[in-house]
Design a protein around this ligand. Sequence first.
Ligand SMILES: [Zn+2]
Length: 216
Amino acid sequence: MERAFRNPANGHTESVGGMSWLAVVVFGALYLAYKGLWGHFFIWLLLVGGFSILTGGPGLIIALPLASIGYAIGINGILTNSYLRKGWVEVSGNSAGAQNSDLRDCPLCAETIKKAAVKCKHCGADVEPVVAPRLKNGWVASTSCCDEEEQQRTIEAIASAGLPVVSMIGLAVGAGPFETKEEAKQALITMRDGPRLFSEIVYRDSVSGKYPPIAD
Ligand SMILES: [Zn+2]
């Protein structure tokens, strides 16, 4: 099974699996060096070189295949660990990037749609927007919308400004919820200066189901 890892610093993706084992068999330590696995490069040299020297040469016949087989079996795990240790993030093979982008699959037709979508653009199904806020209650920079189209545009604009989206009462949507009013105010400024959304600071209280505007 092939797995892919992405360097969050530059978006570069490397895959693990596939033919890595063959590269190890053919290129041996050179492949380990190429992948920057210097620790394993020296282990390989020590194992193969050391054993050959100790046995006066013939050991190479045993050590070389052993190292090749060992690393052919272990290379995927070694590469995976090395990428994860460097802070790379795994992107799953099929939906590469989907987990980390603003995309997801429509639960009905399985076509790719935006996470913030409330209606699938392919099959027209009504879908729950993925909001997944860190908090249920908190301060929100809320924008009221006249219709669903405006609501959809607003959701996308908030998401593209890098803010968490939360559904509010009626057609309103907001950025948040935030723990502090100050964070919500920052979101209000971001929404006003970026996508030109005009919002008000409200406290979202999902228990009572009321999101009354708070006078500043
Ligand atoms: Zn669909």
